[in-house]
Ligand binder design. Structure first.
Ligand code: ZN
Length: 193
């Protein structure tokens, strides 16, 4: 029974759902270790894999909790032309969980602009400037403190996912004139000059 619950995939809510604009609340250590949250973490991992995506925040499955799962798989990066992976400073990131994260943008002026999408804004992409380097302090799924210093695409994922916990979506940062359907993005590749 537990195994079945853990294999559940959750519904990803779409832009316009108020939960995506709510402030998520932190989790206590007792909550983190509870069977409910441990099961939610497994379900969020399954949901992210199934989507597929490189990150998923609890508000995206309808729960205003400060909980994120992230994984950028080698197989995703292999699909990119090598110069694109290099330009985006994108490397594989192992599956991990971040709870109650605090983020610091290191030198916010030192930013990179790339097309970005969101599992809660299905089918659309747009150009978003993000700091190239961030530091994050959070708890892991055991309630233990973790400190991360991230660069490039991983720093972008962290900014995107932690924004979700504050009711902020990538479209809020987007240069809206660059908004494109995924189909048109692939067709016209506006980021390749
Ligand atoms: Zn998102």
């Amino acid at each position: 029974m537990t195994q079945e619950l853990n294999n559940l995939k959750l519904k990803i809510v779409q832009v316009g759902d108020p939960v995506l604009r709510a402030k998520a609340r932190p989790l206590s250590n007792a909550e983190i270790l509870s069977p409910e949250i441990q099961s939610l973490i497994l379900q969020m991992k399954n949901t992210m894999h199934d989507a597929p995506g490189v990150g998923l925040a609890a508000p995206q499955v309808g729960l205003p909790l400060q909980l994120i799962v992230i994984e950028d798989r080698e197989e995703f990066i292999k699909l990119l032309p090598p110069d694109e992976a290099q330009a985006k400073d994108r490397r594989a990131v192992k599956l991990h969980v971040l709870i109650n994260p605090q983020i610091t943008l290191v030198d916010p002026e030192n930013s990179a602009e790339f097309y970005e999408g969101c599992l809660s804004v299905t089918g659309l992409l747009g150009s978003v400037a993000r700091a190239k380097t961030v530091k994050v302090d959070a708890l892991n799924e055991e309630g233990k403190p973790v400190h991360i210093e991230a660069h490039g695409w991983y720093a972008r994922i962290l900014q995107h996912e932690i924004d979700h916990l504050h009711g902020i979506l990538c479209i809020d940062h987007m240069n809206t004139r660059t908004l494109a359907t995924i189909e048109n993005y692939r067709r016209f590749r506006p980021d390749i000059t």
